[in-house]
Ligand binder design. Structure first.
Ligand SMILES: CC(C)(COP(=O)(O)OP(=O)(O)OC[C@H]1O[C@@H](n2cnc3c(N)ncnc32)[C@H](O)[C@@H]1OP(=O)(O)O)[C@@H](O)C(=O)NCCC(=O)NCCS
Length: 209
C-alpha cells in the first residue's frame, strides 16, 4: 500500500474515509476516474457510485474525472437518466409508465456526459448537472449547483454556480496548462509537490521532465 501507487484504495493509513477513486470504481460502466483523484466520505467511500445519480445503462453518457482531483463528501453528479422534456406541452414522462405510450428512451433529452479536468477541487455537497465540463484547476464551492461549463482555474459557487474569482493570475494558469504537471511521471510530481503547494511557478518549472 503506497500513496504513490494509484491502485491503492485507501492511501492514508488509518483513514478509511479517504479513497483513491480509480481503483474504487474499476470496471464501472458509467464512471471513469484518473489516477490519484480521491474522495472523502463521512459514510463509506465505497458507496461513491450512489453519488452519481440517474446513471442508467440504456443512456449513452458517463462521468469522466481527471487526475489529482479532490472530491468532498456529498458531491453529486447528475447524469441524463432523469431528464424530462422541458419544451413539450407536458413534462410528465408518460412513456415511463408503459401503458400510457411508447417512446425510445434514447430519444429523450441527453445533454451529454460530465467531464471534469485535472486538479479540480469539488466542495462539500456540490451538485454537477448533466453535460457540464469543468476545466483543469477549477474549484467548485461548497453547495454549488453547477449548470454550465467552468473555465480552467476558475472558482465558482452558488446556485446556479457563477464565477467567484480566478484561482491564480492568468499567466500562471496559462503556464500550468502548458506544463500539464498531472501528466508528468510520478517521481517528478513527487519531487515537485512542495513547489505545487506554493505559488512560485518558476520553482515548479525546474521539475518538468
Ligand atoms: C469556494 C471557496 C474555496 C472560496 O474560498 P476563498 O478563496 O477563501 O474565498 P472567500 O471565502 O474569500 O470568498 C470569496 C467570495 O465567495 C463567496 N463564497 C465563498 N464560498 C461560497 C460558497 N460555497 N457558495 C457561494 N459563494 C461563496 C464569499 O461569500 C465571497 O463573496 P464576496 O466576495 O461577495 O464577499 C470556499 O468558500 C469553499 O466553498 N470551499 C469548499 C470547502 C469544502 O467543501 N471542503 C470540503 C473538504 S474537501
Amino acid at each position: 500500500m503506497s500513496a504513490l501507487d494509484p491502485e491503492t484504495l485507501h492511501p492514508v493509513p488509518g483513514q478509511p474515509s479517504m479513497a483513491y477513486l480509480k481503483p474504487l470504481i474499476a470496471g464501472h460502466a458509467k464512471i471513469e476516474a484518473g489516477e490519484f483523484t480521491y474522495i472523502h466520505s463521512f459514510d463509506d467511500p465505497a458507496r461513491f457510485p450512489e453519488q452519481v445519480k440517474y446513471a442508467f445503462d440504456f443512456i449513452e453518457d458517463k462521468l469522466v474525472i481527471g487526475k489529482f482531483c479532490s472530491i468532498a463528501h456529498g458531491a453529486s453528479f447528475v447524469l441524463n437518466g432523469g431528464n424530462h422534456f422541458a419544451d413539450r406541452l407536458s413534462s410528465y414522462p408518460f412513456p415511463v409508465f408503459g401503458e400510457w405510450g411508447e417512446q425510445d428512451p434514447g430519444a429523450w433529452p441527453n445533454k451529454g456526459g460530465i467531464e471534469i479536468g485535472h486538479d479540480v477541487w469539488i466542495g462539500w455537497d456540490a451538485t454537477i448537472l448533466p453535460g457540464v465540463k469543468i476545466g483543469h484547476g477549477a474549484i467548485i464551492a461548497a453547495k454549488a449547483v453547477v449548470t454550465s461549463d467552468v473555465a480552467p482555474y476558475t472558482i465558482v459557487g452558488g446556485n446556479p454556480a457563477r464565477p467567484i474569482k480566478a484561482r491564480l493570475p492568468e499567466d500562471s494558469a496559462t503556464r500550468l496548462l502548458e506544463l500539464a504537471w498531472w501528466d508528468w511521471p510520478v517521481e517528478h510530481i513527487r519531487a515537485a509537490s512542495d513547489a505545487l503547494m506554493k505559488a512560485d511557478i518558476a520553482a515548479l518549472e525546474q521539475y518538468a521532465p
